[in-house]
Design a protein around this ligand. Structure first.
Ligand code: 3PG
Length: 387
C-alpha cells in the first residue's frame, strides 16, 4: 500500500512554468466528448496552479494512435476548457509549445496527443529532455496512466529535482480512497468483479484474497470459471489458458474461507435475440452477455449487509443499453447500500455516471488498468519517482 500526499502545498509555485501530465483520455464519439469525468477530476490541481499564476503546459495522451490520427488530436478537448472558463492555447509541436509557454497572455498551453510523438511510448531520452525544456516544475495527476512506462509518465519526472516534482490532488485522492479497501476494510468485504480479461483479474483476486469475504464473479470472466467447473457455456468468451488457474483459485478461496459466487442466471444472445437462461443451460450457440434478474435477487441481501464493496468490470455492452438492464439494477443496489463503495474501470464508472450515481458511490476511480494494478499490489511506474 502506498500512502502519499500531494507535495503541492509545500512547493514554491508562484509564477512558475509547470508541466502538468494528466490523463484526459476521455471517451470520444465523432470528435465530441462522451463523458468528461476525467476532465472534471483534474480541476482541483489545475485551479490550484492557476491561482498561483503558473503557466501550465498540459499534456495527455488520447487513445492508442499508431500514426497522427486527426480524430485523436487533443484539440478535441479545447472547447471543454473554454466552456469551463479556462484560457487555453493549443500547441501541435514541441517548438510551438515552447513559444507559447514564453507568452504571458495564455495560462494553459495544451500539447498535442503525447502518443503522436514516437518518443512517448519508446521511453526515449531525447524526447524526455525536449519535454523537460518546457517547464520548471513537473506535476503528475495522470492517475489512470501511472501503470504505463511511458516517457512523460515514468522517465520525465526524474529529470526534475525532487523539490521540483510532485503528484497532484487527484492522485492523492485516488490512493486514499483505494487504501480504504486495503487497510482494515469494514467487513464483510464484497468484491463484484467482471469484465473481459481473466488474466488481468487473477492478480487482483489473489492480492485481495486475505481481505475479502465474498467474490461475486460476473461476465465475462465468470465463463472461464464455469468452463473449469464443467458447466455448459455455449459460445461464451472463455480463456482456455486459464481454466486450470481458476480451479487453483477456487481451491485457495475455499482454504481462506472466501465465498466465490456464480450468477444463478444469465442474459444470453443467440441469433441477435436476448434471453435469460439458468446457469449451465446455455445452448451451443448462445453467447453469455450479462447475468439475469435472479442473480440480482440472490445477491441483494448480501450487498445490503456488506461493509465494503469494490466493483470492477462491466458485464454487458455500453453501446447496447438493453444488455445493461440487470447490471444497472445491481449497481443501484450497490449505490444504496450502507457499505463503503468503490467502482473502478472506465466502462463500469461510465455506466454509474449514466445512472447519475456519482453522489451515492463513495468513490469512482478514474483508473481502469491503473486501479487494477494498484490493488493487485504491483508497482506503478509513474508513481515510483514520488515514493
Ligand atoms: C486508460 O484509459 O486506462 C489510460 O488512459 C491508459 O490508456 P492505455 O491503456 O491506452 O495506456
Amino acid at each position: 500500500m502506498i500512502k502519499l500526499q500531494s507535495q503541492l502545498p509545500s512547493m514554491q509555485l508562484e509564477g512558475k512554468t509547470v508541466f502538468l501530465r494528466a490523463d484526459l483520455n476521455v471517451p470520444l464519439k465523432d470528435a465530441t466528448i462522451v463523458e468528461d469525468y476525467r476532465l472534471k477530476q483534474i480541476k482541483p490541481t489545475l485551479d490550484y496552479l492557476l491561482e498561483r499564476q503558473c503557466k501550465i503546459l498540459l499534456a495527455t495522451h488520447i487513445g492508442r494512435p499508431t500514426e497522427q490520427e486527426a480524430r485523436l488530436s487533443t484539440q478535441v478537448l479545447v472547447p471543454w476548457f473554454k466552456e469551463h472558463g479556462y484560457t487555453v492555447s493549443f500547441a501541435s509541436s514541441i517548438e510551438q509549445a515552447k513559444e507559447l509557454m514564453q507568452e504571458d497572455d495564455k495560462n494553459i498551453v495544451l500539447l498535442e496527443n503525447l502518443r503522436f510523438f514516437p518518443g512517448e511510448t519508446l521511453l526515449n531520452n531525447a524526447f524526455a529532455h525536449e519535454l523537460k525544456e518546457l517547464a520548471e516544475v513537473y506535476i503528475t495527476d495522470a492517475y489512470g496512466t501511472l501503470h504505463r512506462d511511458n516517457t512523460s509518465v515514468s522517465k520525465l519526472p526524474y529529470l526534475f529535482e525532487k523539490n521540483e516534482r510532485a503528484i497532484g490532488f487527484l492522485i492523492e485522492k485516488e490512493l486514499a480512497a483505494l487504501n480504504k479497501l486495503l487497510e482494515a476494510p469494514k467487513k464483510p468485504f464484497l468484491m463484484i468483479i467482471g469484465g473481459g480479461k481473466v488474466k488481468d483479474k487473477i492478480p487482483l483476486i489473489q492480492n485481495l484474497f486475505p481481505l475479502v469475504d465474498q467474490i461475486a464473479l460476473c461476465p465475462a470472466i465468470v465463463y472461464t470459471f464455469l468452463k473449469a467447473f464443467n458447466y455448459k457455456v455455449g459460445d461464451s468468451l472463455v480463456d482456455e489458458h486459464f481454466t486450470t488457474k481458476v480451479c487453483d483459485l477456487a481451491q485457495q478461496a475455499q482454504e481462506l474461507h472466501v465465498q466465490l459466487w456464480l450468477p444463478p442466471d444469465f442474459l444470453v444472445e443467440e441469433n441477435g435475440q436476448l434471453s435469460i437462461v439458468p446457469i449451465g443451460d446455455f445452448a451451443p450457440t448462445a453467447r453469455g452477455v450479462s447475468f439475469g434478474p435472479k442473480t440480482v435477487e440472490a445477491w441483494t441481501d448480501s450487498i445490503n449487509k456488506a461493509g465494503t464493496i469494490f466493483l470492477n468490470g462491466l458485464p454487458g455492452r455500453l453501446s447496447k443499453p438493453e444488455t445493461l438492464t440487470y447490471y444497472n439494477e445491481l449497481v443501484k443496489i450497490v449505490a444504496d447500500s450502507p457499505a463503503y463503495t468503490v467502482i473502478g474501470g472506465g466502462d463500469s464508472v461510465g455506466a454509474a455516471l449514466k445512472l447519475n450515481l456519482q453522489d451515492k458511490i463513495n468513490y469512482l476511480s478514474t483508473g481502469g488498468g491503473a486501479t487494477l494494478i494498484y490493488l493487485s499490489g504491483e508497482p506503478l511506474p509513474g508513481l515510483q519517482p514520488f515514493e
